[in-house]
Write a new protein. Structure first.
Length: 186
């Protein structure tokens, strides 16, 4: 796993071979962060990484100076890997939660500036994830929500939909639920 940019840029971490996550490719991660950099200044922001997997998205947020990043991961192998990376970096701004994303979203009242979700593509109720997040108590008026998904999904009908991006086989739907017009810059 390679960190693309920021204070941890170019650092590499060996992902355990027994990890069951499907990490976002470096190519897709670099491109979606380029898009996000045009929408938000990461410095001082709070970010949430749901279905954190290898933690690459969380570490990118930290690397780009987010003040606080919460990562939620259920699988023990992935959780331990993310924890070890954060410990090696010595970064205290990561709040790592081992738990079920659906329970977390339903009970969380903390509000985030950026929410990223990368559910397993074969998750039985995958299609419910965007609405669950968009209807949660975790949104500020200008929260940006990014859902990573396969080409089999189209979330453009959901409130706050801004755009759909495709990088290879990776698709991202970007939302800003509080937006009332087409302005996207902060």
């Amino acid at each position: 796993m390679r960190i693309i940019r920021g204070k941890y840029g170019r650092r590499r971490f060996d992902v355990p071979s027994n990890i069951s996550a499907r990490p976002t490719t470096d190519f897709a991660r670099e491109n979606i962060f380029n898009v996000l950099e045009n929408l938000v200044d990461f410095e001082g922001k709070s970010a949430l990484d749901l279905f954190a997997g290898t933690g690459a998205i969380s570490i990118e947020f930290l690397s780009r100076e987010c003040a606080r990043v919460t990562a939620v991961e259920k699988a023990a192998v992935q959780y331990r890997f993310i924890k070890s990376v954060a410990e090696r970096l010595g970064d205290i701004n990561l709040n790592l939660i081992k738990g079920d994303v659906f329970k977390f979203v339903q009970t969380c009242t903390e509000k985030f500036d950026i929410i990223f979700a990368d559910p397993p593509y074969d998750l039985k109720n995958f299609g419910e994830v965007p609405e669950l997040i968009l209807n949660s108590a975790m949104l500020k008026p200008d929260t940006i929500v990014i859902i990573e998904h396969s080409k089999n999904y189209d979330f453009s009908h959901l409130p706050g939909f801004m755009e759909h991006r495709v990088y290879g086989s990776v698709n991202f739907s970007i939302f800003r639920p509080g937006e009332t017009d087409n302005e996207t810059a902060l």
